[in-house]
Write a protein that binds this ligand. Structure first.
Ligand SMILES: C[S@@+](CC[C@H](N)C(=O)[O-])C[C@H]1O[C@@H](n2cnc3c(N)ncnc32)[C@H](O)[C@@H]1O
Length: 156
């Protein structure tokens, strides 16, 4: 199983890259997190937000491996606890399918893409900047793995 974060957004500030790597590098070899950045579609007066999201959806789908489980990130998604994420991580490791966490761009994710995702989760009910979402997600994946290992990083 490969954990992939497909994130619309590139050329992130150095502090986002540093924070993301801080957690990604802690993951063990059997549970590595691979980041696939997707260049946002250029905004222009003639493109509606729906058009932009549909174009970004095509770019997102191009980086998703066949048969991968899709977990879309959205502030309206299910509110998982870290323990629930760790339980899902254990199940995902058992079934072996790749898992792709998808983070949208400035306008969000295409509605049809979200409807077809296997799961829609939120990190908070607040709207977060997309760069910070990849950092928080990487930390939560490391925490979830720590829970599965009874590692002292996670304290109940
Ligand atoms: C700036 S937000 C887009 C906001 C957009 N107006 C919307 O309604 O989705 C960019 C991306 O960050 C992610 N995101 C933002 N806040 C989030 C949250 N609280 N939980 C999970 N993902 C979030 C989502 O993937 C979203 O598509």
């Amino acid at each position: 199983m490969q954990l992939i974060i497909a994130a619309v957004g590139h050329k992130m500030p150095a502090w986002i890259e540093t924070a993301f790597q801080e957690y990604a590098k802690r993951m063990p070899p059997e549970c590595r997190v691979l980041l696939k950045e997707i260049k946002p579609v250029e905004r222009s007066g003639s493109k509606t937000a729906e058009t932009v999201m549909a174009l970004e959806r095509t770019k997102i789908e191009a980086v998703i491996p066949k048969n991968a489980r899709i977990v879309a990130l959205d502030e309206r998604g299910k509110d998982w606890t870290s323990v629930a994420l760790s339980q899902n991580l254990t199940q995902w490791q058992q079934d072996g399918r790749d898992v792709v966490f998808v983070i949208g761009g400035a306008d969000g994710l295409d509605a049809e893409f979200k409807a077809r995702a296997d799961t829609l989760i939120r990190i908070s009910s607040l709207t977060l900047p997309h760069g910070m979402v990849r950092v928080l997600l990487a930390e939560q994946l490391y925490r979830a793995w720590s829970i599965t290992q009874n590692h002292p990083y996670h304290r109940v």
